[in-house]
Design a protein. Sequence first.
Length: 313
Amino acid sequence: MTSQSPRVYTYKITFIDTPYYYYGVHKEKRFNEEYWGSPKTNKWCWELYTPKKQILEIFEYTDVGYIKAQEVEGRLIRPVYNTDKWCLNANCLGIFSIEQKRKAGRIGGKIKGKENGKKSGKRMFEEKRGCFSLSPEERSELSKEIGLRHKENKTAIFSISSKERIENSRKAGLLTKERNNGIFKISPEEHLKNCKKGAQKSKELGVGIYGLTQEEKIENSRKAGIKTRDLKIGVHGLTPEQKSEAGKKGGLKNKENKSGFCGMSKEQRQQNVKKTNSQKWMCLETGFITNSGSLTRYQKARSIDISKRVRLE
């Protein structure tokens, strides 16, 4: 990048004779172009007072650089957002202030924003800009990088507890169902077809479950089982009667579709049983070694947590 190349940067706007301030990020079209932010809710402050701009950090002039700059902007705003009366930022990482929500509701901004978003997204897709300029592998790698940074900084979804995430997901799912959108808009056959496509793509790219070793898969399953048990969700949120009823329904469905256990030949079932019984597991409390099913019965009989086990072979 030369000294005259356009820049991506984070900035802070302050005002003469008042302690108000504003953080932002800007991607220039030409070097050193005049830019004083893009406020809407608090535009009055720019009109009433004289603004001063301080460039805080300059980033690589790419889509990745712009995303990183937005993340830094979020970290600058979050500690003061909706808590410091002098901060003029009306939103932070997609979260909007109460005043901005009220205004959007009065003028129907949500509907207009959705329409503009669709047009903008379509235009970017046609021109191969933004995320559409990246290959599937690059998008996957970028998503991983952003996810890890959010996890480290405890931002976005990692800024809320597991219970809050579960509750938000439940509410979003119910709303999607009521509106007949997303997954509820397609038939079971289309859903199955999409799942198969997604699984095949993940397998080809070596991401998701296909990016894990056998040991990592087992460990993740064990942790997930303990978590669902502690939170009393999933199968652990059902009564014995509900579990029994769900098992019966699932069995009948598998029988009708000839899937799962019912989709196997007698020889395949026998082979799976032999394979399962040949696996050796050890109780981490007593050192007792046997197969998975026998160890479960052994641990339950002695009130030992069944997660306290390790596979030997």
